[in-house]
Write a new protein. Structure first.
Length: 388
């Protein structure tokens, strides 16, 4: 069932910043709704009044609500969820927990986020692993039929970015999950750009590890993220860092990890942020991820259709596209377009060029469910004035 006009009006009323701008930068950081802000503010007031430790005790129930909220969103167990300070730290905690040995091979794809790829290079340098690349079709989508030809007896894991940050493509996460399972490989998924704009079911995807952030499509606070760890592989992993909340000291020479995914956490954290992220997950879940996904795709298609009539090149390719819309003008530089649009209070972001993949610099407009057809018209009118 699609959103009614009244529902969108109510959602926008709960998002005061909508009145001040056309926000097409949700792939960077979405606009926070009032319930998320108010939940965080309430806890910060406790910290101001009683101090952080007492506030944590008083807010224990709200803090703990984060785990079932994320678990429900992902179709996981609460014990399979860990809070993290951001997506990159969550991703690295999962990736580095694998027992890498020199000569092990990691299967990756060219659409990996820069921080993810730097982690791969770090493992090459420190552990002596070897990187292999999944082949792509003409649209930059993984050629599933060819993936198994790149798996050897030394392949240990597959790492996938579900939706990249630099274009609107969507990778076949579930199909890759089936391959990983058939070859008994670890499978780690970057859902940084997909969680909150699309339905993410870790059972359907078949991933062992999945990392995401709060600030983007989930509309949560910055400085928050999460890691999903499949229960059945916990004992095959060794978290790269230890903390007095992740492990228990048994003696002067021995410790053991705590049960569940919390072994990937650290004690000190953004507590108000954890509360806010839990509220944001419930907010999205209550609206319905299937409805959110349908509206995001509808609005982004509308934008691409309108951009096709302007003097720009749309860079997104594939049969199925996300809410990330990227384009380039041969008349005005991307950065000039972005700066001029912001003078009109239209927020978009910049995609830098990438020499390895020969990707040009571009303007990235990322649309969420609270955006409207009227805002698309305003955006296109403003863009037209700039490039003509």
């Amino acid at each position: 069932m699609s959103f009614s006009d009244q529902e969108i009006a109510n959602i926008r009323a709960e998002t005061p910043a909508c009145a001040a701008q056309v926000h097409f930068n949700n792939a960077g950081a979405a606009l926070m709704p009032n319930p998320v802000f108010e939940a965080m503010q309430s806890h910060l007031e406790l910290e101001r009044e009683f101090g952080g430790y007492a506030a944590e005790s008083l807010g224990k129930e709200k803090i703990s609500a984060f785990y079932p909220a994320l678990a429900k969103l992902l179709n996981a167990k609460s014990t399979e969820i860990a809070f993290a300070s951001n997506h990159t730290r969550a991703w690295e905690m999962g990736l580095y927990a694998i027992d890498w040995q020199a000569g092990d091979r990691l299967l990756i794809h060219d659409n990996a986020y820069t921080s993810n790829y730097l982690a791969f290079l770090h493992l090459v340098k420190t552990k002596g692993i070897i990187l292999d690349r999944m082949p792509s079709n003409k649209f930059g989508i993984i050629d599933v039929e060819q993936v198994e030809t790149h798996i050897s007896n030394r392949t240990k894991a597959i790492a996938l970015t579900h939706m990249p940050t630099f274009d609107g493509s969507i990778q076949p996460a579930a199909a890759i999950g089936s391959i990983a399972k058939a070859h008994d490989l670890f499978y780690i998924v970057d859902a940084c750009q997909s969680i909150g704009q699309a339905e993410i079911d870790v059972q359907a995807i078949g991933c062992d590890l999945l990392a995401g952030t709060g600030r983007k499509w989930l509309r949560g606070p910055r400085g928050t993220g999460f890691l999903y760890v499949r229960e059945s592989i916990l004992d095959k992993l060794s978290p790269p860092l230890v903390d007095n909340i992740s492990a228990i000291q048994l003696s002067d020479s021995e410790f053991k990890w705590v049960d569940g995914a919390k072994r990937f956490e650290t004690y000190e954290r953004h507590v108000a942020g954890q509360i806010g992220l839990g509220v944001a997950a419930n907010y999205a879940g209550d609206l319905g991820l299937s409805r959110i996904e349908a509206r995001v795709k509808m609005l982004s298609k509308t934008l691409r259709d309108k951009l096709a009539g302007l003097s720009v090149r749309i860079l997104d390719q594939g049969d199925e596209l996300s809410g990330i819309v990227t384009f380039k003008s041969d008349i005005k530089p991307a950065k000039q377009i972005i700066d001029t649009l912001w003078q009109k209070r239209i927020a978009v972001s910049y995609i830098s060029p990438h020499q390895v993949t020969e990707r040009p610099d571009a303007v990235r407009a990322s649309i969420h469910y609270y955006n409207t057809q009227n805002e698309i018209e305003m955006f296109c009118d403003g863009l037209k004035q700039i490039i003509t």
